[in-house]
Design a protein around this ligand. Structure first.
Ligand SMILES: Nc1ncnc2c1ncn2[C@@H]1O[C@H](COP(=O)(O)OP(=O)(O)O)[C@@H](O)[C@H]1O
Ligand SMILES: O=C(CO)[C@@H](O)[C@H](O)COP(=O)(O)O
Length: 466
């Protein structure tokens, strides 16, 4: 992966060595980062069907790809392709109506358009295009696997209502794209048996079925078992917010994805690129690289941070489209440095959660007295950070025993895909303990943070417009 400029790619072959997997004796599925794409060379499907169990997978795979550096979700180099895609259907709102999102740089459609425009010969030498999830699925299946509708709705190419590719959008991106993408499937589809490579080389049970693989956020939705009133906040490399939706909405900031569990339902997703890595940067600068010291600093400052506010974007942020660090004092003046490390740490954490609340409200999420937050991801191990989340949203924060909800969701989806004709997901999830209440908002939280959310909106408006 290259950081520092806007282009982010990952080597395709190494990706196959680092997957997280939820494997049971009789069914397997995996969740992976969304939006990244993998380009299979002409003839790759046939080669996949004849994997040699006597050789390492990565050695055999090294010649299967037309493009060796796959674009990943952190890429933000396709602004021009996004605008062109929006224009092709009549504007951003139209694109959002069809696909659930206006044009987003990391989404796969604009990424494919860029590849076609900059490397047409490589595109033409591509037999099929997979998402990272369906790429990994293909390895286990021993042939190129279909894209599931939930991960497929993160591409700016699929009609989220019909769950099929939108031909005018495909035409706007590149020729012959429908053939290269293949048909989509519901996310819980049982795709058949595991291929002989894994049986012969790794002693997988030959009865093991492969359930369609999906993205990490749809998998998290499953793992968290969200119901009405709950909002999920995942504090991973990216920070994401998501909730179950019965009906699709049209949102210009954020995404509506197809639901991985119910083909007629949807999920709303907001993704903030600068999550844990930005928290790590400020921890390293202010707290000697220690979360313990970071938490002491955070807890030694009052809610509202004496009126100071900070916004920190190490990489080009998705919402809002900004980069760099911004610090503001009580009077609203832009400053270059805060007076203490404590203030810096609180400005970072408050700023991150104020942004989440503002943008969640923008997509229509209404905070009420029954709102509950379920936190997950690596950052949810930190109670001091979760207390700020609770205060900013003025809602209780719960956690699950297993903080890695995406992996848990993949495991439940595997079982659901196999048993869904005889058992409901609720039956399947019965063994999962109830989420635990970890933080309650302080009484003054709403009075402090509601005005700060309004202030955040003003700051963002002025930064974006300038
Ligand atoms: N105690 C902690 N406090 C704050 N952040 C933490 C803590 N433990 C882990 N993290 C963060 O969690 C991140 C990894 O989260 P994870 O959900 O595994 O990431 P990914 O989204 O890549 O799957 C790390 O970048 C790390 O900074
Ligand atoms: O782009 C998005 C969602 O739209 C990201 O959430 C990626 O799906 C990967 O996130 P991490 O798991 O690395 O945080």
């Amino acid at each position: 992966m290259t950081e520092g400029n806007a282009e982010n790619v990952g080597a395709t072959v190494t990706a196959s060595n680092e997957e997280r997997q939820s494997e049971e004796k009789s069914e397997t599925t995996i969740d992976k980062d969304q939006h990244g794409s993998v380009y299979w060379q002409n003839g790759a499907d046939d080669k996949l069907r004849h994997l040699d169990a006597g050789q390492f997978l990565h050695q055999q795979l090294s010649t299967y790809f037309s493009i060796t550096n796959s674009p990943i979700w952190m890429d933000s180099s396709t602004t021009q392709e996004c605008r062109e895609l929006e224009k092709s259907v009549g504007g951003p709102e139209e694109l959002a109506k069809i696909t659930g999102s206006r044009g987003y740089e990391r989404f796969t459609g604009p990424q494919i358009a860029k590849i076609y425009q900059t490397k047409p010969e490589l595109y033409l030498n591509t037999e099929r295009i997979s998402l990272i999830s369906s790429f990994l699925c293909s390895l286990f299946l021993g042939k190129i696997a279909p894209i599931d509708v939930s991960d497929g709705s993160g591409m700016n190419l699929m009609d989220i209502k019909s769950k099929t590719w939108h031909q005018p959008l495909l035409n706007a991106v590149a020729p012959d794209l429908a053939k290269k993408l293949g048909d989509t499937v519901p996310s819980y589809t049982n795709l058949g048996s595991i291929c002989s490579y894994f049986i012969d080389r790794w002693a997988f049970n030959s009865e093991c079925k492969i359930i369609a693989f999906t993205g990490d956020n749809p998998a998290s939705l499953i793992g968290m078992g969200l119901t009405e009133g709950w909002i999920a906040v995942s504090l991973g490399t990216s920070d994401t917010l998501f909730l179950w939706l019965e009906e699709p909405k049209v949102v210009l900031e954020g995404h509506i994805l197809c639901n991985p569990l119910n083909i007629d339902s949807y999920m709303a997703l907001l993704c903030f690129k600068n999550g844990s890595l930005t928290r790590e940067r400020i921890r390293n600068i202010c707290a000697e690289g220690s979360w313990e010291i970071f938490n002491q600093l955070l807890e030694s400052t009052p809610r509202g941070n004496f009126g100071n506010m900070g916004l920190y974007y190490d990489s080009q942020e998705i919402i809002p489209f900004l980069s760099g660090d911004y610090r503001f004092n009580k009077a609203g003046g832009k400053i270059t440095k805060f007076s203490s490390l404590e203030v810096e740490v609180r400005a970072l954490v408050e700023g991150q959660f104020i942004a989440k609340r503002a943008h969640a409200e923008d997509i229509g999420f209404e905070m009420g007295k029954n709102t509950k937050i379920l936190a997950t991801g690596g950052g949810s191990n930190n109670k001091s950070i979760l207390q700020v989340l609770s205060d900013v949203f003025n809602a209780p924060v719960y956690v699950q025993d297993a903080a890695d909800s995406a992996m848990l969701g993949a495991a439940y989806q595997a079982k659901h895909g196999l048993l869904r004709h005889s058992q409901t997901l609720t039956d399947i999830r019965l063994s999962l303990p109830e989420p635990k209440l970890l933080c309650q908002p302080y009484k003054d939280a709403a009075d402090i943070y509601t005005p700060m959310v309004a202030r955040y909106r003003n700051i963002i408006n002025s930064l974006v417009n300038n």
